[in-house]
Design a protein around this ligand. Structure first.
Ligand SMILES: Cc1cc2nc3c(=O)[nH]c(=O)nc-3n(C[C@H](O)[C@H](O)[C@H](O)COP(=O)(O)O)c2cc1C
Length: 181
């Protein structure tokens, strides 16, 4: 099996991270891989904002929890809840609300991030909570601090860091691929 295929097959969602921050050079390499993703009509309309500031990340978590609390969701009142699993780095993928290839381009970029992270010995996980909450004023206030424009929505995020636990491989639903000749 070649190294690329081995890397794709070994990627797992990581939900426990060490406190240790990832190196700037490593983060830049990952961001470059995100930017190398395919984009519809080569429009390149997705943006990748990496947050490594613990105070901002905690502020973002508190804002998301507040939204959940307002919605009556129990995780909003759980003091241990952290939507990005306390990862030291969170890459927020965003694009203009009306960008035609919003989810498709963003997902391609995210997968590049996950694969690059795996190849560099890092854990990573798709984080979805900002997609639904980004337009609440509390969350938007933190996104403003991160220079994400107010006419942008969030496609998804990537939590990244050194894994604190080995992830379990999920069972694959069989019968989902077919070769027609
Ligand atoms: C659109 C999308 C949203 C996801 N959102 C989350 C999330 O918010 N939190 C989380 O822990 N995992 C999230 N995941 C990761 C999936 O739970 C994970 O990919 C799945 O359980 C399979 O595990 P694997 O990634 O280890 O193969 C998301 C994945 C996708 C594609």
């Amino acid at each position: 099996m070649n190294e690329v295929i081995k890397n794709i097959k070994s990627r797992r969602s990581c939900r426990a991270y060490k406190d240790e921050q990832i190196e700037t050079e490593t983060l830049n390499e990952i961001l470059e891989c995100a930017l190398c993703g395919p984009s519809g009509m080569n429009k390149q309309g997705c943006y990748y904002t990496a947050i490594q500031n613990k105070e901002i990340l905690e502020e973002l978590n508190n804002a998301v929890k507040e939204v959940f609390k307002e919605k009556g969701e129990t995780r909003g009142s759980n003091e241990n809840y952290n939507f990005y699993y306390n990862a030291p780095t969170l890459i927020i993928v965003s694009a203009k609300k009306d960008y035609k290839y919003f989810y498709t381009d963003g997902s391609a970029g995210l997968e590049n991030i996950f694969l690059a992270a795996t190849s560099l010995g890092l854990g990573s996980c798709w984080i979805n909570q900002l997609g639904d909450t980004c337009n609440s004023p509390l969350v938007r206030k933190v996104l403003d601090r991160c220079h994400i424009p107010s006419d942008f929505n969030i496609i998804g995020c990537a939590a990244i860091g050194y894994p604190a636990k080995q992830s379990i491989e999920p069972k694959r639903v069989p019968g989902r691929s077919l070769i027609v000749r």
